[in-house]
Design a protein around this ligand. Structure first.
Ligand SMILES: NC(=O)c1ccc[n+]([C@@H]2O[C@H](COP(=O)([O-])OP(=O)(O)OC[C@H]3O[C@@H](n4cnc5c(N)ncnc54)[C@H](O)[C@@H]3O)[C@@H](O)[C@H]2O)c1
Length: 360
């Protein structure tokens, strides 16, 4: 099997439980590669808040050049008490997402077999949609500033950036995704209160929708949409939103389908010109770090999305099916899901279950 294709993956475990769930997920992915005929060459980087406290930088000056040599990036989580969150975000995550034009943040919101939703009467299979968040511009911008600091006149201004190029490309991605699914797209807006950028977003939704006549479009203000995520999450197929709206909605989506410890995400450069980056939705969870009880499923599911992107969709689907087998047919689960298993035991169970999903 020496001729198995090899995928070069940059691994950034990061901080806290990132350093626990990443190795667990790597074991699952290595097993999937063995069953489906490919392999990973992992290169690990210690870029993290821990490194920041030692050196004053989350990552070295040539970090992006080093990542560029890899096919994809597999990230755990960054952030730790004592290091302000904007340092970890702007010192690592955002430079990677922006330099590599990872303008799609893709987050499946699916209620897996064996998971109980906090919502009454919502059964597995009833919630299965994909959230597409704009990931490079929007409300998360460096443009702005503060004046008269420390005086009664103190003020802060934060500019949002919405470009025709940036908005149209995320909308095209979302419409194309909907076309390949059930053909329903929901757009998050707030054009009643935010009177420049959001009407522009809505206008572009209208323009791009004309290119996808087979997709039906619905549009909701973000507040009403958040309520619908709770009241009727089964109605959605593909939901698209700006950077901030997508960020908030997807944490809500993760909560609706069980636990933040399960939710996966992909930061995609769809053209493949740069590496994409795969990471769970959760953070470094300092409250449980070091105990070996973090749920590895968000990291494993993110890994299954990475395998899909590397061109092995059968293997990606098999990893997710193995996760569902473990959750649906056994009591092996971490404490956040009411179980007693540790991180490694969950990964071991998924590896065992993968055997039932190997190619025939
Ligand atoms: N992409 C990222 O790297 C990322 C994302 C979110 C937060 N963060 C950072 O992580 C740090 C902690 O943030 P937070 O507490 O708001 O969010 P968090 O996601 O780390 O934790 C929120 C809660 O969920 C629990 N939890 C999260 N992941 C879990 C898992 N895999 N298994 C079991 N329980 C899990 C935690 O124990 C905690 O109670 C902060 O520094 C924040 O900036 C980083």
């Amino acid at each position: 099997m020496n001729d198995r294709p090899t995928h070069r993956i940059a691994v950034i475990p990061g901080d806290g439980i990132g350093t626990e769930v990443v190795p667990a997920a790597q074991r699952v992915l290595d097993r999937a590669g063995k069953l489906f005929g490919f392999r990973f060459a992992w290169t690990e980087f210690d870029w993290s808040c821990e490194r920041y406290t030692r050196t004053g930088a989350m990552m070295p000056g040539d970090a992006l050049d080093r990542l560029r040599e890899h096919d994809q990036v597999f990230l755990g989580a960054v952030g730790y008490p004592g290091v302000p969150d904007h340092v970890s975000l702007w010192g690592l995550l955002i430079p990677i997402r922006r330099t590599f034009q990872q303008y799609i943040n893709l987050r499946p919101v699916k209620l897996l077999r064996g998971i109980t939703s906090p919502l009454r009467g919502v059964e597995p299979g009833a919630v299965d949609f994909v959230a597409v968040r704009e990931n490079n511009e929007g409300e998360y911008s460096e443009i702005g500033g503060r004046l008269y600091t420390g005086t009664p006149q103190e003020l802060a201004i934060q500019e949002a950036v919405f470009t025709r190029h940036g908005v149209s490309r995320v909308l095209r991605y979302a419409f194309a995704l909907a076309r390949g699914r059930q053909g329903r797209l929901t757009s998050a807006t707030k054009s009643n209160g935010i009177i420049h950028t959001m009407p522009f977003w809505d206008q572009l939704v209208g323009e791009v929708s004309a290119e996808y006549p087979e997709v039906t479009t619905a549009q909701y203000h973000i507040d009403a949409l958040a309520a619908l995520f709770v009241l009727d999450p089964g109605r959605f197929d593909v939901v698209v939103g700006s950077n901030l709206f997508g960020d908030i909605l997807t944490d809500l989506g993760a909560a609706v389908v069980g636990s933040i410890g399960i939710a996966p995400s992909a930061n995609l450069n769809p053209e493949g010109e740069f590496p994409s980056m795969f990471e769970p939705v959760h953070g470094s969870a300092p409250d449980i770090a070091g105990q070996g009880i973090a749920n590895p499923i968000g990291q494993i599911w993110s890994g299954s999305m990475m395998i899909d992107q590397l061109g092995h969709p059968g293997a990606g689907a098999a990893v997710l099916a193995a996760v569902e087998d473990v959750l649906g047919s056994s009591d092996v689960r971490t404490p956040d899901l009411g179980g007693k298993a540790n991180t490694a035991q969950v990964a071991d169970a998924v590896i065992d279950a993968l055997g039932d999903h190997q190619p025939r």
